[in-house]
Structure formats: C-alpha cells, structure tokens
Design a protein around this ligand. Structure first.
Ligand code: HAM
Length: 429
C-alpha cells in the first residue's frame, strides 16, 4: 500500500472509472453536436479577481486560491462561465451570433466532500451568447432534457425545475422594497427549502417581509404566469413541456443570473441538482466595462451526481454496462501456440491493428491454456492461433464456440469479414 493518498475531495480514475467518465463525455459531446454547439476550452487557472467580481460570494468562499511565484493571486476555476464571458468579449467580432458553444472539463471548489459533492468535479457547459430571446433558454433546456434521455434516464426519473428571477423583481417592486435588497432576498429564497421556517422569518424581517406572503406568492407562481409563456409555447411544440415543473424557489446561488433560471433534479432518490443554469444578460458587459453588451444563457451539468443517478437507474445502468463492456473488450487475442511462429504472429498483430482491429497477445512464451484464459479475461470475440499448422492460422470464435482455418495471407480480410457478422452466442439445443 502506498503511503500517499489522494488529496481530500480529489479522485483517481482507475480504468473502469475512466471508461465510465469517457462514456459520460461521449454522450454529452454527441448530444451537444446534435444541437449544433461547437466545443471550446478555457484555462484551469484564472486571476482570483475574475471570480471575486463576477460570480458572487457563494463561489468565492469556495475558491482554491493561492499566490504564484510572482505573487499573483490566482485560482483554480470553480466554473467556466466567467472565463467564457472573458473569452467571448475579447474576440466577439470574430464570431457569428448566436454563439453556441459547449465545454467539458474539471472544476475545483473547496466544499466539504459528501454524497454528490467533491472538490474536483467535471462539468459539461452549454452556452448561447448574442441572442436574448426566450428561444435560447428553450434550446438549452431542450438540450439538458435530451442529454438526460440519451443517458437512459426517463421522464419518470428526472424533472427540470424552472423559474425566472424577474418574477421576484416584480414581487419586491409591488411591495415597495428597494432593489438593493434583491441579492440578499434571493439568497434567502435559494435556501428556503432547507432552512427552518423561524430562521427564514428572521432573515426576511429586516427587508420588511413575512414568510407567509412569500409563500403565498410562490404558490401562485404557476405555469400560467406570463414570464413562462414563450418558453411554454416553445417547449410544448417540441413535446418537452412535460419535463418542466415551475418552482419559484429556484433562483440559483450565482450572482450573475438575470432572468430564466432552471435546475435538473432526479425524482426518485432525492439527490442534489444534476445541472443548473439560466440567462445572464449583464455578465459580458460587466466583464468588458460596458464595451460588449452580449445577452447570454447557459447551464452546466456535473459528473458526480449524474454518476450516482446512472448507477441507480436501471435503464441508464444497462446503457452504461454496454459502454463499459465495449471500452474494456478487444476484438481478438493472438495465441502463440508454437513459439517458432512468434515472429509471424507479431507481423499479423501489427497488420490487424493497422486496419483498426483491437488486438492483444502475450509478451512471452506461455501455456496455450493461459493464453486462452487471457483472451476470455479481455472479453475477446476471437482467438487467432499461430501453431505448427502455420501458414494456416486457426480462428476460434469464442462467443459461438466455432472455428475455421485460413491461410495467413488472408487473415486480415477474414477477420474483418467475421467482425461484421453479429456476435451470436452458441445455440441452446
Ligand atoms: P452550478 O449550479 O454552480 O452552476 O454548477 C452546475 C452543476 O455542477 C451542479 O448542478 C452540480 O451538478 C455540479 N457541481 C457544482 N459543484 C459541485 C461539487 N462541489 N461537486 C460535484 N459537483 C458539483 C455553474 O457552475 C454555472 N457556471 C452554470 C452555468 C453555465 N450557467 C451559465 N452557464
């Protein structure tokens, strides 16, 4: 056992976890491309000021920040959105609007590790910049829904909780409450489900509000509220409105959101949010001291809660298992039954790999039985045996338990042909 362990909240990815992670990446990428998004990436480290100014207290309290050797204050990124706004505002003239970009990569937050929370996690971000219509939020919500469905998580397993910060602006204005209380008020709403009622009441009092009036307003904010009309029409036309639940308690912890806000939750296991996002129309202007005024909206999905849900959801689990099998298996194992044929076998290994066939073999002399065992362990579909009968080579189908013999010169063609046939197991009499 090593004397060293991972730093608290950081993760190792052994091959199985790596395969699981790659499956998640492949699925995110495939659906984002289906929606016409292009991939980008930003740096892992930014100046700490970027987050102090743009993300708000909740995230800055969780920053992994330090001084570099030149005494610059820098931070590991807790999210990519401020970097995205920085990148886009720097070169916005170079890109046709709307900009539809996605990104996949690690983020770091100094939180207490617990179920669904680690200090290093991976996010999938999708953002649209340069179009302020509700169609952008609808497109992003549709993308989030399709990602969940693609993973095999069905309509019974998840929900999008949707709200709009504007409805709270109107609420405060109607009650004659000064706009400066907005951020404090939103923080109270953000925690309202988890906090004890007496606590919430105490926090609302200095703003001049009671819990009862806040609750009454929340109960009245349903899908008929005009703030949701355009989104509702759009998502209903796509057959996706069934995935939406209006929930005024969703306001999002980050400071930069301006209008629509949403989060994705599972319905059966009470897990933390799988994803969250919304529109943030002022962030680009803030980033560029008012020079670039680009409306924007986006969301991020993390891999940690998603990973837990995939394991707990049978339909998703099946897809995951298939992907893990595909990632860990090979097409054929080359068995050297007669060491005198090893160099011929090596030539064949290279020729087969050159056309894209996944091949493994034993590095040194080994009993034939052991080599077949290795072929089974690697879940190889075929064993290709180089024995005394060379230049004839035996191909054993390890799934169907059948075999054929081919001249070595035809081996690559023959294996390619066999791999195109469906992999059927032995017929049961
Ligand atoms: P966020 O809600 O802070 O939003 O994070 C999005 C998702 O990242 C969460 O729903 C969760 O799945 C995952 N996540 C966050 N913190 C942790 C953690 N400590 N451990 C594991 N997973 C975590 C944002 O980051 C916004 N920048 C999203 C966005 C993109 N808004 C507009 N564009």
């Amino acid at each position: 056992m090593s004397t060293f362990q991972t730093v608290k909240g950081f993760r190792d990815f052994f091959p199985e976890e790596c395969a699981r992670r790659n499956y998640i990446f492949d699925t995110w990428r495939a659906v984002a491309r289906r929606y016409g998004f292009m991939e980008y990436e930003g740096p892992l480290v930014e100046s700490t000021d970027l987050y102090r100014k743009k993300s708000g207290d909740e995230i800055t309290n969780q920053l992994y920040c330090f001084l570099d050797k030149a005494k610059r204050e820098i931070s590991l990124r807790p999210e990519i959105t401020p970097s995205l706004a920085r990148m886009v505002t720097a070169r916005q003239r170079d890109f046709k609007k709307p900009i539809k970009w996605f990104q996949i990569g690690p983020c770091f937050r100094y939180e207490e590790p617990q179920e669904g929370r680690s200090r290093e996690f991976i996010q999938f971000n999708a953002d649209i910049l340069g179009d302020s219509s509700p169609a952008t939020s609808a497109e992003l919500i549709a993308l989030a829904i399709d990602v969940m469905l693609e993973f095999g998580v069905s309509a019974d397993d998840f929900i999008i909780r949707l709200s709009n910060r504007e409805i709270w602006n109107t609420f405060l204005a109607d009650k004659n409450i000064a706009a400066e209380h907005m951020q404090t008020f939103l923080q109270i709403i953000d925690k309202i489900e988890r906090a004890r009622p007496e606590e919430t009441e105490k926090k609302l009092a200095p703003i001049g509000l009671t819990l009862a009036e806040v609750r009454a307003f929340m109960a009245a904010a349903d899908e008929n509220h005009p703030a949701f009309a355009a989104l509702r029409e759009n998502l209903t036309a796509r057959g996706l409105w069934q995935h939406i639940r209006i929930d005024a308690t969703i306001v999002r912890g980050l400071a930069y959101y301006t209008g629509t806000v949403f989060e994705v939750f599972d319905l059966k296991h009470g897990l933390r949010a799988l994803a969250g996002g919304g529109s943030y129309d002022k962030l680009c202007a803030l980033m560029s001291d008012g020079h670039v005024d680009l409306p924007a909206a986006g969301f991020a999905m993390g891999d940690v809660v998603l990973g837990i849900l995939l394991k707990k959801t049978p339909g998703a689990q099946m897809k995951l298992t298939e992907a893990l099998l595909a990632a860990s298996s090979i097409d054929a194992f080359v068995v050297v039954a007669d060491e005198a044929q090893r160099l011929h076998a090596l030539a064949a290994v290279q020729a087969l790999r050159a056309v894209g066939i996944r091949i493994d073999y034993s590095f040194g002399s080994q009993k034939v039985g052991k080599q077949f065992q290795a072929a089974e362990d690697r879940k190889a579909r075929f064993a290709i045996v180089f024995g005394a009968e060379y230049p004839e080579v035996v191909i054993k189908n390890l799934v169907a338990r059948s075999q054929s013999s081919v001249p070595a010169a035809n081996l690559v063609d023959e294996v390619q042909k066999l791999l195109q046939e469906p992999a059927i197991g032995p017929l049961i009499a």
